[in-house]
Design a binder for this molecule. Structure first.
Ligand SMILES: *[C@@H]1O[C@H](CO)[C@@H](O)[C@H](O)[C@H]1NC(C)=O
Ligand SMILES: *[C@@H]1O[C@H](CO)[C@@H](O)[C@H](O)[C@H]1NC(C)=O
Ligand SMILES: *[C@@H]1O[C@H](CO)[C@@H](O)[C@H](O)[C@H]1NC(C)=O
Length: 272
């Protein structure tokens, strides 16, 4: 700008231009660095999941681990890559993620022991929709069957029957246990197990879902052997039809169809 106001046309001017360019480049560089310091890589995360790898020590039977993942756990085996210098990467598809098994290289630190003996990626958690099938696979192979956490059946109920959105697992500080969090709109459900057999409180609290089609819910309950406390009924004097179900903990989950919720769906159908 200064140069435009004081045009000289001599070499000094070019020197000014040069200096300004340098300042501009410097400012640009500082700007870019500031950007780098605050931006995350989120905008370039392309795959909506992460893959993980495990490096097994020389005494490990990689094939046995691979077979365990594919044959017992039921994950899909993928092509093994040879990445050079005799290193094979054995790959398995587990849900949306790949697990990659390879041998160890010498330039990292490996600490043997339990999960809590070192920092690092030392525990993998997998979710199974059919624990019965998994237990059968262990038993058939002569392996000690795993113990499922107490919330597993109710987690299946929340995710697979009701269709709540799975938020994730968190450590609950108050009760020092894992909580499994689900969500539907503004309401969160946190399932916790206290690692012992407890008496069932099936009366104090329950959940109501307002639905557009209560007949569909009853139909699903019947074909999935869900415990039905009360088949569809109407509350006299109110335009509400409800079906009362029990989740695996015996907690009442009832589904209510109101004139309004029913109407909303009809409107949608008309539009469609
Ligand atoms: C159990 O084994 C069968 C046969 O190998 C397999 O199809 C299934 O995916 C395995 N895992 C589970 C969890 O069912
Ligand atoms: C190749 O593998 C051997 C072990 O088989 C290892 O000692 C060596 O460091 C590796 N070389 C490179 C370049 O990775
Ligand atoms: C570590 O070793 C592997 C092979 O064993 C090699 O490919 C890699 O470049 C090495 N990395 C470093 C940081 O030295």
């Amino acid at each position: 700008m200064i140069l435009v106001m004081r045009p000289h046309g001599d070499l000094a001017c070019w020197r000014h231009i040069l200096i300004l360019c340098c300042v501009g480049a410097l400012l640009g560089a500082v700007g870019a660095r500031t950007c780098c310091k605050t931006d995350s890589a989120r905008s370039v995360l392309w795959m909506p999941a992460m893959n993980t790898f495990r490096r097994l020590d020389a005494n490990s039977d990689t094939k046995a681990t691979y077979d365990f993942y594919s044959q017992i756990l039921g994950f899909t085996p993928l092509e093994t890559y040879d990445v050079g210098n005799g290193t094979d990467v054995w790959r398995i598809q587990a849900g949306a993620s790949q697990i990659k098994l390879s041998r160890r290289n010498d330039n990292r630190t490996y600490v043997e022991g339990a999960v809590t003996d070192a920092t690092g990626l030392r525990l993998w958690t997998f979710f199974f929709t059919d624990p019965g099938a998994l237990l059968r696979n262990f038993t058939d192979a002569g392996l000690e069957p795993p113990a499922f956490e107490g919330t597993a059946p109710t987690r299946r109920w929340a995710a697979d029957f009701v269709g709540l959105e799975w938020v994730g697992e968190e450590h609950d500080v108050r009760f020092d246990t894992t909580k499994h969090v689900f969500r539907h709109g503004a309401t969160y459900v946190a399932l916790m197990s206290f690692e012992k057999t407890l008496p069932a409180d099936t009366g104090t609290g329950g959940i109501q879902y307002v639905v557009s089609d209560v007949d569909r819910v009853q139909q699903l309950a019947k074909c999935q052997d869900v415990s039905i406390i009360q088949e569809i009924e109407t509350i006299p004097g109110y335009p509400v039809r409800t079906v009362w179900l029990e989740d695996p903990d015996g907690i009442i989950n009832y589904f209510a169809e109101t004139a309004e919720s029913r109407g909303e769906e009809e409107e949608e159908e008309d539009i469609g």
